[in-house]
Design a protein around this ligand. Structure first.
Ligand code: FPP
Length: 250
């Protein structure tokens, strides 16, 4: 049976998050510059977006550029930003055809103006789409997001809108830049690295992790299917016992 046929369409995660890693190594392995890997990584982005939307995933969050990525060589950062603008403009028909709504999280104001403008325009142009939300994490880090959330809560406390003892998980959750989406049930990281690299630290508290050796530019819809088949075999207990889960179903 094909991998796709093994997927239970009634148990598709609502939200999948992906750490796209290995572009540089992929290019190096072919004797090319790192940007060649990023350019080819765009094909994987397109394929994964289309297949996730087709399967009924409601939100796909991609870690496209971390806060820490600013310390890469200026030449690579510049090339990545240019690639981002080109991709956004070029892939607009793909987003519209698949009814994908684009969002960004992160410090958009740190991106070059042509880049942030292209992104904002694309978010606006796709806001009527309702098949899947595509969230690009750009100049994003989870610790940055959590620090911001804490600052906003402190301001509310100072204004007397909330008392310190009233702060709970929802208070924090609601101040994160990702507040409007459910937490990812599945986190995928490519390229054989087993780290979360400052990505959605709060939101992945109960996510299932899928690590693959595949480098991002080689990641196809078949790899996504593989991750979903694997995910659907897992028992998500959220701290309960297996027996309790059976009882809950009755
Ligand atoms: C990680 O690989 C990849 C990135 C930091 C950038 C991801 C960008 C793309 C896939 C292209 C454009 C994206 C969008 C959303 C249009 P790496 O460079 O860290 O690889 P390495 O670990 O092998 O060095």
């Amino acid at each position: 049976m094909s991998l796709k046929a093994q997927i239970d369409l009634t148990k598709i995660p609502k939200h999948i998050a992906i750490i796209m890693d290995g572009n540089g190594r992929w290019a190096k392995g072919k004797g090319k510059f790192r940007i060649f890997g990023h350019q080819n990584g765009v094909n994987s982005v397109r394929e994964v977006c289309e297949s996730a939307a087709e399967l009924g995933v409601k939100c796909l969050t991609l870690y496209a550029f971390s806060t820490e990525n600013w310390s890469r060589p200026a030449k690579e950062v510049k090339a990545l930003m240019q690639l981002l603008v080109k991709t956004i403009n070029h892939e607009m028909p793909t987003l519209q055809k698949n009814k994908i709504r684009l969002y960004t999280v992160g410090q958009l104001e740190r991106l070059p103006t042509d880049c942030s403008s292209a992104l904002l325009e694309a978010c606006e142009a796709t806001k009527q789409n309702d098949q899947m939300d595509l969230v690009l994490a750009l100049s994003y880090s989870s610790k940055w997001d959590i620090v911001n959330a804490v600052k906003k809560i402190c301001e509310r406390v100072t204004l007397g809108e909330i008392k310190p003892f009233e702060v709970d998980e929802m208070t924090i959750n609601n101040q994160l830049s990702t507040a409007q989406w459910p937490h990812p049930e599945l986190l995928i990281r490519t390229s054989g690295e087993h780290r979360v690299s400052n990505f959605l630290l709060w939101e992945i508290a109960y996510s299932e992790f899928f690590f693959t050796e595949t480098l991002w530019p080689d990641f196809t819809r078949e790899h996504l299917y593989e991750a979903l088949v694997d995910y659907q075999k897992r028992e998500r207990r959220f701290g309960k016992t297996s027996d309790q889960l059976v009882e809950d179903k009755v």
